[in-house]
Structure formats: C-alpha cells, structure tokens
Design a protein around this ligand. Structure first.
Ligand SMILES: *Cc1c(COP(=O)(O)O)cnc(C)c1O
Length: 733
C-alpha cells in the first residue's frame, strides 16, 4: 500500500470539511437563496462531521489494535476538549450560561454529551464513540459491530431529522422524550459517531487485507452520486413535510424557531439515512487520491473547527464597532468569508507558534540548503507490505528501527510503520526505545542490546522489553526488584550474545525469576545471507538448535512466548520458517546489504533513502593544477570543479575519494575530484552541460538501477549498506 497515495485525499478533505462546518454555522447563501443555503449547509455540509468520525475510525479502529492506542486517542481528545471548554468559558459567562437554575445537571449533560458550546459536542462524541466502537469491534468483529452501530444510527436518525414523522407515534415520542433527558440530541457519541467510526475502521481493515480497490473508480463515483441524490431527496422530503405542517414560508430562522417550539429541542437535521452509503463512497474515493501528504492540514482543520464560533463573535463585534454590519453580517457570503479567513489565519498562526516551540527541525527540514536526506515513506510502506506478504501466516513484522532507523529518521519511520499496522519494533538501546515512546509509538519495543541493569526503572516506566543477554545479566536485572518484560536471547552459534542453546537449565532459571517476565525467546542467524552450502548447513543447524530448545522448554511446561530468529536475510533465504516475528531492518529500507549473490526468495523492495547536496561553487582548474588535501586530484585537462557542502561527517565515506566515489548531477555522473573532506567534497563537472550553482547532487540514490544504489556505494567502500546508511550524520536535514 502506498501511503502517499492513500492519505493525500483524506488530508485535503479535512481542510474542506472544516470550512463546511463553518458554513453550517454561518449559512453563507442565506441572503441569496434559502433553498441553495439549505442544500449547502443542511445536505452537502452534513458529510463533514461523519467524515471526521470515519477518519478517526480509519486510523484507530482495528481488531488487533492495542488498548494503549485507544488510551492515547482518548487522552489527546480529552486535552483538546478541556482546552476548548476553557476557551469558551468567557463566552459562556457572557451568555449567562452559569446563571441557569439547575446548573450542575446541565453541566454534566453538556460535558458528557452536548458540549459546553454548541459545536463542541463533537469532541465528547468522538471519545464516547471510540470507546463503544473499540470494544464492539473487538467483541463482535467488524460485521456485527457495523450492524449494531447501524441500528443505533437508525434510532438516532428517527429521533433527529425524521423526528417530525416519528413523533406522530405516541410511544416513539415518549421514548425520544426520555432520551432527551440524557442528551439534547440523538446526534451524539452513542447514536451518531459509532457507525461512522466502525465504517472507517472497516475500510482500513479491508485495505490491509487487500490493498486493491474492490470496485472501479467509475462505480465509486456513480455510487456517490446516487447516494447523494437520494440523501438530497430525503432531506427535501423531510423539510417539505415539516414546512407543510407549519404553513410557513421557507424562512429558515422562523421555521426553526417554530419547529423548536413544536417539536422540542430534539429536532435537528444532521442525520440522514442515506448519509451512510454517501460517506462510504466518498471515503473510498478520497483514498484513491494521489499526491503528497499534507499532515499539517489535520491540525489546521481541528483549530479552525474549534475557534470558528469565536471568530463569528469577533466578526460581529468588529462589524458593530466599525459600523459595517450590513456588509459584514447581513451579506451572508461576505460574513462566511470573513469568518473563514479569520479562523484560518488564527489557526495558521497558532500552528506556526506551536511547531516552532515543539520541533524546530520540522521547519528547518524544508530548507534543503546544504545536505539532506530524502525518504520516501510510500516506499517504506510498500516494503513493509512486501515483507509481510513473504511471511508465514501468523508471523508478525518486528520493524528494526535502531540507529535512527538506519539513518532514515526513527520518528518518521516508526510513525509511518505504525500507520501500516506494525506493532512491534526493535531498537538497540534503552534510550532509542524511550525516544520511540515519546513519539507516541504504542506497540511492543524490544531492546536488542545491552542496557545497564540499573535502568530497569526506565525499562518498566516506558513499557520496553529488554533482551536477557545471559544468565548473569538476568540475575543483575532481577536484583533491581523492578518488574520488567524480557525476551531471552539464545546463542545458537553466533557466539556473541545469548544463553547457549544447549543450556536449557539456565534458560529455565530465568523463567523462575520473580521480577523478570519472559515474553519471548529469540536467536540470531549469523550467515543466513549466504547460499553457499556450508553456510546453509550451519544456518540449518542454528535453526535446529533453537527449535530443540523451544521443544525442551515446552516439554518442561514453560511457555516461550514470542519466538523469532529471522532477520531480513533470514526471511529472504528461509521463508518457510514459522516463528512469531521476523526482525527486519535493512530489507525494510528497501536495499540489500551487498550486491554479491542473490537470495532464494527475492522480494520487490524499493529503496527509501537518498542522500543529496547542492553544487554551491563552480571553479575552473587549469590542466596540471591540483586541488584538495594531499593534492590528490590533478587536472588532466582544463576542468570545472563543483563544490558540494557535504563530507564524511555527513556520511559520505572518506574511502570514496578520487577514482572511487561519484555524485549524480542532472542525470550525469560527476566523479569525486580528490579526497572527501569532513564538510565538503569536490566533483568534476566538466562534462555536465549547463551545470549551474544550485544544482542538486545525489550521493546515494533511491533508484536501484543507479550506480549510486546504496549496496553498490557500500561495496566500493568495502562495507555493506547497513553501515553506510546508519552513519548518516546528525547534521543532515
Ligand atoms: C540489527 C538486527 C536485526 C536486523 O537485521 P537486518 O539484517 O538489518 O534485517 C535483527 N536482529 C538483531 C538481533 C539485530 O541486531
């Protein structure tokens, strides 16, 4: 699944939906045509809120999701809700909200269901909805959960836009009267939000199983058009029915006032039966949009949604003070545009300030001034899918993101993978693990290497899993008296870390320790990349020893927990093995370690990273002149030399000097001229026509056909891609 392709439409729709919500609350076309305004704000714009619920469901709801994912969603939403409540307190005071007689019951009802300001109901609704849906899907599976929440939605809709009809039946009327005691509207976290969240989660689930769309673009478009037409019909039918009863002209304010009086506060027109198919097709179409992700639109739309009622007030006050009420308020289009613009500017400014405070690197990254890494997260997602496709059923992907995800950036990598449903990660050190937790990664995180036992407190606090390196290490850890989760490492022949595979007694001793909770057992293959007969024999022996140990443990009544032995090459050369995880690193990043020999089961992998810099100076060097340290380069002809401000400190190996290394500029090869320095390298650009200052130079390419494909570059330095990639310097953008 290509992440870029999947979510670009969602990102953009978030932004559009925010302005549709502003429209609902400002009626932009009311002064021109009541009917047109009705279609815009009471029909079209009604897709906005369900869309947000579906998006939450899409990213949150999964049968296999872990409870901490829900917890962090609830926590985040609660914080936003709390902030929004505080923000509107002054307005509430002004409106006399706190002067009400039975303030406490009203307050509780509002905080839990209706929101303390008219638009804020969405936040408690998404929390309540998420909890309901989370457990419904886990207990019942998607199909039954969809049935149950659809039934809730039906009940809700009958008490919402269909209420005028339904209230003819006395029993129904009293039923909804009763519901009205709890929540002013059925448009809430019980009757409205859940079905859309399930639908979103279900669509995500289907796509995980089968990335290809289940119907053509055309059918989707027709589906959307038909369901929208039906929804439009439904809306007008209901509207006309209500209006026919009240004998009112199509004057909305008046009609609404009368309806309020006659039907009580429950009447509202945000729920239609045909909204369901409409949303399904709309969301499916959005997922087909290509293009770059625009994550910032998510926060922007959220802030716009929260502040726009405030901006309505601001516009009104400004209109009053400036004496331009007739332009700024009475002209409904101008009013809408003013509110939208103000909300947008406010949101944008808030976001800039926030980002500056939080992650200054985010903005710096746009620079691409000197030397930088580009990562294609779509390719990362693709590789994850390819690896998973090659695994045996029941086997999970443990993404190895040590060393800043092999130079790819642990944050972007882990977040992207978590979105792909990866919920197991491996790091080398405890601090790398803590870092991941701080980024909000909620899956299992296994520390593969040594951690000072005194840091057991950190292992526990951040819910990390430590590797038991040997029995002695286990004893030191046990002595800390902190309950920690571990995987036991077994040495099956690498002779580096682990308890000897034959030493089952020692392994069992670890099981009996009180503070150490064994959650898994693993080993590491040391020549699984080689298909040479002797190495294959050795590897098979390693696997056998591991399996024998597992059998022994089971026979003695111990549960080994999660078992794993393959890394990238383990999967590509021994795909038939059945363990719980494959710990994949290098393959995830789309490259092989080297270009020697093939693998038994080659995968369609796409390199994720490219390393680039810019030509910042071009100078002429006359024939016979030398340049650089040690005068290593001597011009054999009058030459043009380009200077790239990137050096071995940034990860360009020094061994790639004259005659070995090269960059790619304008699709042509520019050989290194002289030695790689700490902060710069000179390249011979004599043969590149139109070479210009500012041209981008590639030093490691994400094109597997390029001579700068990572394994090829690594080979020239006498190393492997793994080393080349993980040595990218901190200085890179
Ligand atoms: C780094 C590491 C891996 C990942 O190996 P790749 O060859 O990059 O897939 C797996 N297991 C252990 C123990 C590691 O240290």
């Amino acid at each position: 699944m290509n992440e870029k392709k999947s979510y670009a439409g969602i990102d953009r729709m978030r932004f559009i939906a925010a302005f549709l919500i502003v429209a609902i609350h400002t009626s932009p076309l009311a002064a021109q045509s009541i009917a047109a305004d009705f279609v815009l704000t009471r029909v079209i714009a009604r897709v906005a809120v369900p869309f947000f619920f579906m998006t939450s469901g899409f990213f949150l709801i999964s049968k296999y999701g872990r409870a901490d994912k829900l917890k962090s969603f609830l926590k985040r939403t609660a914080v936003i809700y709390g902030a929004a409540i505080l923000l509107y307190i002054p307005v509430n005071i002004y409106n006399g909200y706190f002067m009400s007689d039975d303030l406490l019951p009203k307050l509780i009802k509002d905080v839990v269901f209706d929101g303390t300001f008219y638009h804020l109901w969405y936040l408690p609704a998404s929390m309540l909805g998420a909890v309901i849906v989370w457990y419904a899907v886990k207990r019942l599976g998607f199909k039954k959960a969809l049935a149950v929440t659809s039934a809730l939605y039906l009940i809700g809709t009958l008490g919402n836009s269909w209420y005028a009809f339904v209230s003819q039946v006395p029993a129904a009327k009293s039923f909804y009267g009763l519901l009205g005691q709890i929540s002013d509207y059925t448009r809430n976290g019980i009757f409205f939000a859940p079905v859309f969240m399930v639908l979103g989660g279900w669509i995500a689930e289907e796509r995980r199983k089968k990335p290809d769309a289940s119907f053509s673009f055309k059918i989707g478009l027709v589906g959307l058009a038909v369901s929208f037409a039906l929804m439009l019909g439904e809306a007008f039918l209901l509207r006309n029915y209500v209006l026919s009863k009240t004998d009112l002209p199509m004057n909305r304010d008046l009609a609404d006032a009368i309806l309020q009086r006659d039907y009580g506060e429950q009447r509202n027109d945000s729920m239609y039966l045909f909204l369901l198919p409409c949303m399904y097709f709309l969301f499916d179409l959005l997922l087909r949009f290509g293009g770059k992700r625009r994550r910032e639109l998510r926060s922007l739309s959220l802030i716009i949604y929260i502040v726009h009622p405030m901006m309505i007030l601001v516009v009104r006050v400004a209109a009053r003070i400036l004496g331009i009420w007739h332009i700024l308020v009475n002209n409904s289009i101008v009013h809408y545009l003013a509110v939208s613009l103000l909300s947008f500017v406010f949101a944008y400014a808030a976001l800039l300030i926030w980002e500056k405070k939080k992650r200054p690197s985010l903005r710096a990254r746009r620079g691409r001034e000197r030397a930088w890494i580009e990562t294609d997260m779509g390719n990362l997602a693709h590789n994850a899918a390819a690896l998973r496709g090659a695994m045996q059923d029941g086997c999970g992907l443990m993404a190895v993101v040590k060393a800043d995800a092999y130079g790819h950036g642990a944050y972007d990598t882990a977040v992207c993978l978590e979105r792909q449903g990866v919920n197991a990660f491996a790091v080398a050190t405890v601090d790398e693990g803590i870092e991941l937790r701080k980024y909000g990664i909620s899956g299992d995180i296994l520390i593969l290497g040594y951690t000072d036992p005194r840091r057991a407190v950190h292992i526990r606090r951040y819910r990390l899993t430590q590797t038991v390196l040997d029995l002695k290490y286990a004893r030191l850890l046990e002595r800390q008296k902190k309950t920690v989760a571990v995987h036991i490492k077994i040495d099956t022949g690498m002779r580096r870390l682990g308890i000897d595979a034959e030493d089952i007694k020692s392994v069992e001793k670890v099981f009996s320790m009180g503070h150490i909770k064994v959650r898994g057992i693993y080993s590491h293959l040391c020549c699984s990349d080689s298909l040479n007969e002797e190495d294959v024999f050795f590897t098979e022996n390693q696997i056998e020893r591991f399996e024998r140990l597992l059998d022994g443990l089971k026979a003695d009544g111990f549960d080994p927990g999660k078992t794993h032995i393959q890394s990238s090459y383990g999967l590509m050369n021994y795909p038939e093995l059945k363990f719980d995880y494959v710990r994949a690193g290098i393959a995830l990043y789309g490259v092989l370690s080297d270009c020697r020999g093939g693998v038994r089961n080659p995968l369609d992998l796409r390199p994720v990273l490219s390393l680039r810099s810019r030509v910042v100076l071009i100078r002429e060097v006359k024939k016979g002149e030398s340049c650089g340290y040690g005068r290593a380069f001597t011009a054999k002809r009058d030459s043009l030399i380009g200077i790239l401000p990137i050096g071995y400190c940034d990860g360009v190996p020094r061994s790639l000097s004259e005659g070995v290394g090269a960059a790619e500029i304008r699709g042509r090869t520019a050989p290194f001229a002289g030695r790689v320095c700490m902060d710069s390298v000179a390249v011979d650009v004599t043969d590149i026509e139109d070479i210009a200052v500012g041209d981008i130079a590639t030093l490691i390419s994400d094109d597997p056909q390029s001579p700068l494909y990572a394994p090829l570059v690594a080979e020239r330095t006498g190393s492997i891609s793994n080393e080349l990639l993980c040595r990218m310097g901190d200085r890179l953008e």
